[in-house]
Design a protein around this ligand. Sequence first.
Ligand code: C2E
Ligand code: CA
Ligand code: CA
Length: 652
Amino acid sequence: MRLRQGDIDIVLVDFYLPDSQGIATFQALFQAAPITPILTLIHQDEEPLAVESVQQGAQGFLTKGYFHNSLVPQALRNIIHRKKVEEALFTQKEQARITLESIGDGVLSTDMAGNVTYLNKEAERLTGWARDDAVGRPVAEILHLMDSVSLQPARNPVELVIQQKQTMALYANSVLIRKDGYQTPIEDSAAPIFNQSGSVAGAVLTFRDTSEMRAMAEKMAYQAQHDYLTGLPNRMLLNDRLLQAISYGARHRTGFAVLYLDLDNFKHINDSLGHTVGDMLLKSVAERLLQQVRHSDTVSRQGGDEFVVLVLEDERAEDAIAAAEKILHALAEPHHLGPHELHITTSIGISLYPVDGSDADSLMKNADIAMYHSKEKGRGNYQFFKEEMNVSAIRRQSVEADLRRAIDREEFSLHYQPKVNLQSGSVTGVEALIRWNHPTQGLLLPDQFIPIAEASGLIVPIGRIVLRKACAEAKEWMDGAMNPISVAVNVSPIEFRSKDFVEDLLGIVAETGMNPELLEIELTETALMGNVEASRQILESIKTAGVHIAVDDFGTGYSSLSYLSFFPVDILKIDKSFVQEIGIETGDGIIVNAVISMGMSLKQTVVAEGIETAGQLAFLNANKCEEGQGNFFSFPLPPGELRKFLSPQSSP
Ligand code: C2E
Ligand code: CA
Ligand code: CA
């Protein structure tokens, strides 16, 4: 009973007790405490009995008569100590065994000769060899390694480790071929085992299955290089492809084009229809872009609504043009997203390698600059990068600051270009054209600052200034005039879509006392095409107030003609580029003619812009164009000179 409570280091038992005799005593004790050392005490002449007890598990025996020997306590202490060491060793070995069996790494050990002495469970799984079969065999037979790149057998590290007596990592790209032929990519290292005297006794190899790690690494690499929404290559991968294209181009003397795309009204769609629809639209754009390019080209998303297309092996600009046109048309097709049918336009900037840049950064930057210029040109088109754009990008910022000051200091004035009836030659109206009296640069023309005003949003306050000035000045010179004439004011797309445009317009008309019937606003096709229904409503309320509406630069936009009957338009202004083709191009004025007859059938007044010669006038007259405007009649004039120009008319 005492033994079962534990905490006894050793038992010394006499075989000659009053109530228990001989080996049976030992057996009872051993059963109660099998791991506690037991020493037996016997008579000198009964040694066989002692030997039997040792065979059954006793640690040893002492002979009666020597019992009082002074060495006995020492002997007992030694036994206790040895027992403790054994126990510790057992625990250690057990710990090591369990660790080896439960870790995820394969562990294999060999002797000096390179024959396997041990395999853990994971090593059995990876090699396909059971421990009992593997032990004693050469390691190369069990751990069958191959180089995954060269597909050659890889040298087994054991030999090397034993020779060099140091730990070494195995070759990268090692593949372990299992007994049944299955291949596992592994990563491993090998270390020598030293015996007590310090010489090498064998080697231990540890190895692990890296297929998951590799798959994970591949997945991470993919995610780092692709856009999560569209799955297209992202900025980082595009940069890689650009570098490849540049080094290929440099070696083979071939070129390529970088197309920088920006959707024109994406922000509006995102804000009004929500991000889910915005995301669907971006995906739809991504799909269409992929359909438009060759397999070798790269379509990437830069973030937001910006995409970049790399069109390879295109030395000739025509190929980039073809790509840009295909893309513009493909993206302009309606996007059917759930219940929505969305119409978008896209602005594209193009830079060419090597002329527009020999490194990735400048090619991207220049394509981006060109894209901004295409926005300024009225969106929905493409522009090639030109060196002077670079200059203007730098200028832009200082001009913007200048413009803010110009608004405060009222540095803007208006010049008026007369519009005449081509039959009678009488002036029917004027077009107000803005001028900037810059304190240091003199008189600036709109092309020098309107694009920047549009890009910065400053066009909205500037447009209000123009409207107010035009109405006020017209009112002044028309008061008392016999034949009142109309005043046309240009309205930029951004202004047209700005908040409170109609209210401000009508407010200004009321404030200045301008007769709304004599006011015209000129809008380009692109201004109207953004959101067709919203545009129509704005136009209707302007019309209801009596103000007339003109479509400016007619013929230069991408839009279809069918919308013309949809919008309440009064006047069509044929773009001057068509007028100036009269008498030069073969096919002579075909477009001018087409527009004139269209205007007549829709009952709209057709005005030809930019008439410079008598020949152009004669052609237009012959084709029944009602009105015209151009330097042939008069340059745009400051108010004072306009008054003189008009005075012979206004006097009876
Ligand atoms: P636009 O509306 O097409 O105006 C006609 C432009 O053609 C004017 O240039 C005018 O001076 C020019 N022009 C007139 N007759 C001839 C001719 O016989 N030959 C040639 N080659 N050109 C002629 P301007 O004044 O430099 O204005 C350029 C553009 O700036 C305008 O084109 C218009 O789009 C814009 N703009 C002008 N004023 C304003 C404004 O107040 N607000 C806005 N948003 N835009 C304006
Ligand atoms: Ca105009
Ligand atoms: Ca025009």
